[in-house]
Design a protein around this ligand. Sequence first.
Ligand code: C2E
Ligand code: CA
Ligand code: CA
Length: 511
Amino acid sequence: MPLTVKYRRSRRMRIVVTVLCGVIPIVLGLVILCLQAERALHISTQRTAEEARRQFDLMLDNTAQAARELLPLAGESCSEAKLALREQTTRRPFVRSTNLVWDNNLYCSSLFGDYQEKVNPGDYTQGELWLMNGNPVTPDTALLVYRLSAGKQGALTTLNGYHLSNMLSLIGHETILLLQVGNRWLSADGKVQEGALPDLPEAQNTLTSSHYAFTVKAGFPEGEVWRYMRAEYPPLFSLLMFFGVVSGAIGHVLQKRSTSPSHEIQRALEAGEFIPYFQPVVHGDTKQWSGTEVLMRWQHPKEGLVRPDLFIPFAEHSGLIVPMTRSLMKQTAAILAPASAFFHGLFHIGINITASHCHDLELVEDCREFLGAFPQGSVSLVLELTERELIKPSDVTHQLFEQLHALGVMIAIDDFGTGHSSLGYLRQFNVDFLKIDQSFVAMIGADALSRHILDSIIELSAKLDLGIVAEGVETVEQSDYLTAHNVNFLQGYLYGRPMPGAEFVAALSHH
Ligand code: C2E
Ligand code: CA
Ligand code: CA
């Protein structure tokens, strides 16, 4: 049936949607965690760079202070100034050596005393700082030289590279931290390298000192974001997985619901896929069209035309049969009312109803509206209630059938002979017609017992003064038999199969 076919067809699609429902929240969660990790790393390198800049500023303050104190001594003889030079190296924690300069000539050093070396101010960034990769005393050991000058006087104080690299590794900790002075830079391993600072792969932050001519750069190596996430977010990963599973399960359940038969029927109803087909009912004697039975069809977008026995049980079960019948009645009125000129006398229109229609009085309004669509007195509405599903009498059903009768609506017991309706039942609901089930008609000429039941039904209906309709008339023999037994109305393939509205109206107009 269309309902299960659809269900099977979309199985792969449902799996895909279920997986997507599970995976999308996880992926989104991971993206958010990734952004969060990047933010955290960025804040971390920002703090590290700030701290490094602060510390280097302090160290250089200390070194510059030594230079400031020594500057006035520049020009004095080295033997006189020597002690003061050494005092500064002893008193200041970061100062490694102190030197006096006169006219760009280093003439006195805390280490060697009298000394002669040319000073090139161009070596110093902004004339102030020079990052050296060692000197003749300590080759390959970084050294930061601070230069202070006033006229011909000058003082050079050097900062031990060991302190610098130590600071880089202490503050940097897990972070890559670099110190740049001019076109040289120092890393935590104490090596001085030439050229621009390298780019750091993750969370790079660069800060320049406002007091001295240096820049610090902090960042992380490649893959740090993922390493950080793995270290910091295991509980969140578990939570994400949990959400993924829950969301996948919800997606799965919702899809199951959305492909459930009642949901599919609801969709089809909204899409107007339930349409009426019309099968003529003829007079037993003249064989003229006396009316029609309205039979529901499902014009399914993929499955084509679907027979009612494949979906009516689901429609009844879900309670949707009531709005479906209402829609069917509206469509029937819209199709047949304009053709009322072709009706021969009172035209019977049979609509199938179920027990669900009898729980309240809504049906009365639907019937009133239906009859109102036709010219007064042109149609007779017959509600067909199958005998297989008997209605329990109650106050509501009494009121319902009373009001229906007051409207002129007639009641037929469908599939008569297959159920257990009693005489009392027929009276209680003021039944007007019996529709003999097609199984009895099919046995005409073949089975003596069935024919006997058929005869009894015909007899009973005559005694109770009920109209009688024979269903499933397929052969002339059946037709002759029923006519000979005064069956008022005949319905079956012999006179016409159920057909779409336009075809029925066209056939009616030619009849
Ligand atoms: P039903 O009310 O007994 O309708 C008569 C069924 O017999 C129809 O089947 C009709 O096509 C079929 N039929 C008519 N003449 C012949 C014939 O000469 N030979 C044979 N073999 N069959 C014939 P259909 O249209 O498939 O409907 C099946 C059942 O579905 C209906 O049986 C009725 O119980 C239900 N149904 C149809 N439309 C509606 C509806 O709008 N509402 C409700 N509640 N039930 C409906
Ligand atoms: Ca019927
Ligand atoms: Ca029937």
